[in-house]
Design a protein around this ligand. Structure first.
Ligand SMILES: NC(=O)c1ccc[n+]([C@@H]2O[C@H](COP(=O)([O-])OP(=O)(O)OC[C@H]3O[C@@H](n4cnc5c(N)ncnc54)[C@H](O)[C@@H]3O)[C@@H](O)[C@H]2O)c1
Length: 258
């Protein structure tokens, strides 16, 4: 089992379902966890042992205050999870402002925060950054441009960070979840998990959605010293979505029958 005892971990976007699942696993595995989010109601619902901080990651002043506050309160920072994201996307018709907002939140803010965190992550020579990408990074999804492009860029940013941060002993990896029980899926499925699982079954070899804690367990492994020789990698946590071709799970050949 990965252990995060004595580690201090910052999770952006940790106030909602997937983030919360990640936060709970990191905490259970022994880390002191800070959550930075703009969702005041979600922050207020976090357990009191989690250090909940209101912070807009697209604001450099707030990011600097976040890091200095963490060092004041916790003395150090070992793990950064760049999870916060925006689904702002109008496909081909996306305005310039919305393009820049989506890329700012999903890509640029994590890069800036990583650089601010870098001297602290470097201090013990065992720092770790985990960036959130998605299955959307590698496939075309109709009507979506900004979000998939941002997530593809996160995979490449991860490799660049891994190379440039390696001399500091900081490992950088990304996770690419498949469809996961989250606010967006709860909303579009009318809160019906079983229905969402049935729909997801066609696209995921394991025949269902992922659960937030299943994403959290992979993040915890990548954050831990058990992953000491893992860097620059993208981990699929997608129930086999990415390995499945267009024929999906059901036999396709019988469809040829007249
Ligand atoms: N939902 C899925 O099925 C799925 C699949 C693949 C990848 N992902 C990835 O998992 C992560 C979580 O996804 P989710 O569906 O739970 O998203 P979500 O929108 O429910 O949660 C994102 C969190 O980020 C926070 N946030 C947004 N903008 C912020 C800002 N400027 N500053 C600080 N916090 C901000 C939100 O308040 C929210 O708590 C994202 O990176 C997403 O791309 C999700």
């Amino acid at each position: 089992m990965p252990t995060l005892t004595d580690k201090v971990a910052l999770v952006t976007g940790g106030a909602t379902k997937i983030g919360r699942g990640v936060v709970e696993v990191l905490h259970k595995d022994g880390a002191a966890v800070i959550v930075a989010d703009i969702d005041a109601a979600g922050l207020a619902q976090l357990p009191e042992e989690i250090d909940a901080q209101h912070c807009d990651i697209s604001d450099d002043t707030q990011l600097a205050a976040l890091i200095s506050g963490i060092i004041e309160r916790h003395g150090r920072l070992d793990v950064l999870v760049n999870l916060a994201a925006s689904y702002l996307d109008n496909g081909a018709e996306t305005s310039r402002d919305d393009w820049l907002t989506g890329l700012n939140i999903n890509l640029v803010s994590g890069a800036r925060l990583s650089e601010l965190a870098r001297p602290h992550l470097a201090q013990r020579g065992t720092g770790a950054i985990i960036n959130f990408s998605s299955i959307s990074s590698a496939v075309a999804q109709t009507g979506r441009w900004v979000y998939p492009v941002s997530k593809a860029a996160v995979v490449h940013l991860t490799k660049l960070q891994a190379l440039d941060y390696a001399p500091d002993g900081i490992r950088v990896n990304s996770v690419s979840p498949g469809w996961t029980w989250s606010n967006v899926i709860e909303e579009v499925s009318g809160g019906n998990l079983e229905h969402a699982d049935r729909v997801a079954a066609h696209f995921h070899m394991l025949g269902r959605l992922g659960r937030p804690e299943e994403i959290g367990r992979v993040v915890s492994f990548l954050a831990s010293d058990a992953a000491s020789f893992v860097t620059g990698a993208d981990y699929a946590v997608d129930g086999g979505y990415g390995a499945l071709g267009p024929e999906q799970r059901d036999p396709a050949i019988p469809l040829l029958a007249p």
